[in-house]
Ligand binder design. Structure first.
Ligand code: CMP
Length: 145
């Protein structure tokens, strides 16, 4: 169930490296435009193989990234507050490369849809650059592991 984000000032803004170069007003506007979703421990936030139309920034809590192949499950990473996930399918159009599962009592994520990301990147090219930079590192770490 989507829960609309409470007005800024009622809670602390999380530290999000992806948006470190985004002006504060644009950062707040983004939070007001995107639904904040809450997931309990064990909830499947993303299903591997599904189609993706949004990516997610972790505002609080933690998720496990798991890949299922040939009947075995392998944990690729654990991501915490400030990290993001689900960008790969969004940027490539490919199916979700892994499943993402809630790994804290409650995990809150900001859901950023493709059109919102498009606007954000157009108005703030530094965000698009940061996203590309982070994605390169993630892809590289996949190749190296
Ligand atoms: P996507 O493929 O859309 O959906 C699953 C997400 O898991 C993927 O985007 C990435 O955000 C994330 N992911 C996949 N592999 C890794 C990895 N090796 N390390 C961290 N995150 C990953």
């Amino acid at each position: 169930e989507p829960v609309s984000a409470p007005p800024m000032g009622e809670r602390a803004l999380p530290e999000i490296p992806l948006f470190s170069d985004l002006p504060r007003e644009a950062f707040i506007a983004l939070f007001e435009r995107c639904p904040l979703r809450r997931f309990p421990e064990g909830a499947r936030i993303i299903e591997q193989g599904s189609r993706g139309n949004a990516f997610y920034v972790i505002c609080s809590g933690r998720v496990r990234i798991v890949r299922e192949s040939d009947g075995t499950t392998r944990e690729l990473a654990v991501l915490g507050e400030g990290a993001f996930f689900g960008e790969m399918a969004l940027l490539s159009g490919a199916p979700r490369s892994a499943s993402v599962v809630g790994a804290a009592e409650e995990t809150q994520v900001l859901e950023i849809s493709a059109p919102v990301l498009g606007d954000l990147a157009r108005l703030n090219p530094q965000v698009a650059r940061a996203l590309r930079r982070f994605c390169r590192q993630r892809l590289l770490s996949q190749v190296m592991n």
